[in-house]
Design a protein around this ligand. Structure first.
Ligand SMILES: [Zn+2]
Length: 486
């Protein structure tokens, strides 16, 4: 008996030492660099230029006929007038009427070009919410240290700061070794098929291979990872897939005074409940695993011990990440019922009812996996499934061991010494997917700081960017182009 007890105690001690040794030898992946601050910025001027760009109502509508030609042409002309050096040195090609592709020719033909992205269009503002904005949505007001308006965050901020960076570098007589493409689509918010897709097709027809692509996607945020108190720069290395499935049921309609045991809506409700109860399993693979490798060493006790010992604590870490919607979306394909339709009169049974469920698919899974999961989970032959039109498979993940991830990480540390950097999974779809054939290195990041109350500003009310964030965006792109000159 004593012997068994002794063996058990010994076993526990060995286990504890393995766990602790792994935690203490969990090495930081942050890069130590000197901060860089030599950027001649005219704050008032750059803020004013972004403000003016916001004033063009370059709205993407689901119905292409509603597009306001003069707003897009106005913005094109404004950019041309505002960045004279860009327009004398770089060549410009207009694609799909309103998208812009600039080429800054490098002098080293053996180096692969890079491509910096943004989009010129914005989402509409609902007319009933216009009065709820602190400053009118297309005013570009500069007030209280912010530039206000639709596009301030998504994503005229990157278009304008990339142009500012190039203009500054040209003023300084900077010569790029690599060719640099600036690609600004005009229809990202409605799928990008006339903009980014056409630009990518053109480059592909020229047999261009890119060193890397940088698009929007990740940002600088705080308080979303357990045990981390510093701001974190989230660099998107992959993005989730997208599919919506309509579930429909046909039934005998008729008067509601003599209903069957279960109506079409009841059948659908049961199916939706089953889908919500049986979520896709959580997985700590791909980008989620990379996140824990970068963030784990920086976590406090005991979170660091958990991240360093996933062989023992993976279910606990999955539970932790799964408990908030922002991190739950990183570890599983998500299930979101969004639409429900039955009869259009209160006393009539529906002869057909339908519901739509939107899924965001984890890299490594596919649209077919989602269909199988839905079919097996609801397990009801009365329900028909139909895929809605927009279907996007998840991207592959770009390498975090590549020199390019290191270059982006180094640039972030140089401009933001207080920030940790981690690979991230972007939960929405960006235009960068069109460039997948041109490079394996696609990263998604804009250096703007997002607090908990800022997430709703995207596509929502009171979109704005602080002037200091905007200055940092210009600094970031300037330094990124300098660092890419190798
Ligand atoms: Zn966007």
């Amino acid at each position: 008996m004593k012997k068994i007890l002794l063996i058990m105690v010994l076993g526990i001690l060995i286990l504890m030492s393995v766990v602790l040794i792994r935690a203490t030898s969990f090495k930081s992946k942050q890069v130590r660099v000197e901060p860089v601050s030599d950027f001649p910025l005219n704050t008032e001027q750059i803020a004013d230029r972004l403000s003016k760009a916001i004033q063009f109502e370059t709205i993407s509508y689901q119905e292409p006929a509603k597009l306001e030609k003069k707003e897009f042409i106005g913005l094109q002309n404004y950019i041309e007038k505002t960045f004279p050096k860009v327009h004398t040195t770089l060549s410009k090609k207009v694609i799909g009427d309103y998208s812009l592709l600039y080429t800054w020719e490098g002098n080293a033909i053996d180096l692969k070009p890079i491509l910096l992205m943004g989009h010129l269009d914005v989402v509409p503002v609902k007319s009933e919410t216009v009065d709820d904005w602190t400053h009118p949505p297309f005013s570009g007001s500069i007030a209280d240290g912010y530039i206000w308006g639709r596009g301030a965050m998504d994503v005229k901020v990157s278009v304008l700061s990339i142009l500012e960076a190039v203009e500054i570098l040209l003023e300084q007589g900077f010569q790029t070794h690599r060719t640099i493409y600036l690609a600004f689509g005009h229809d990202e918010e409605v799928g990008g098929s006339n903009g980014a897709r056409e630009i990518a097709t053109l480059l592909q027809s020229r047999e261009v291979k890119l060193e890397y692509v940088l698009d929007e996607g990740g940002m600088i945020t705080e308080g979303i990872i357990p045990g981390i108190y510093d701001p974190i720069a989230l660099v998107g290395i992959a993005e989730k897939g997208y599919v919506s499935i309509e579930l429909s049921v046909e039934a005998k309609g008729g008067h509601s005074s003599m209903p069957p045991k279960q109506t079409a809506l009841g059948i659908l409700s049961t199916a939706i409940t089953k889908l919500e109860k049986n979520q896709f399993p959580a997985k700590l693979t791909g980008p989620a695993r990379r996140l824990l490798e970068y963030i784990g060493p920086e976590q406090d006790f005991p979170n660091k011990v958990f991240s360093a010992n996933l062989w023992l604590f993976s279910s606990l870490v999955k539970r932790q990440l799964g408990s908030s919607p922002a991190t739950n979306a990183l570890i599983r394909t998500t299930t979101a019922p969004t639409m429900f339709e039955g009869s259009d009169k209160e006393n009539i049974l529906p002869s057909e009812a339908s519901a739509v469920v939107n899924f965001r698919i984890l890299p490594g899974q596919s649209i077919n996996d989602v269909i199988d999961h839905v079919r097996n989970t609801i397990d009801d032959p009365r329900i028909n499934l139909r895929l809605l039109n927009l279907q996007i498979e998840p991207s592959i993940a770009s390498d975090v061991e590549s020199p390019i991830f290191n270059l982006i990480q180094t640039t972030i540390h140089e401009i933001f010494p207080d920030v940790l950097v981690t690979p991230w999974l972007v939960v929405g779809a960006t235009d960068s997917r069109y460039y997948a054939e041109l490079t394996n290195n696609i990263y998604r990041f804009i250096p703007i700081r997002i607090g908990p109350e800022d997430a709703s500003r995207f596509h929502g009310l009171n979109e704005r960017i602080s002037i200091s964030d905007y200055e940092n965006c210009v600094r970031f792109f300037t330094q990124l182009i300098r660092n890419s000159n190798m």
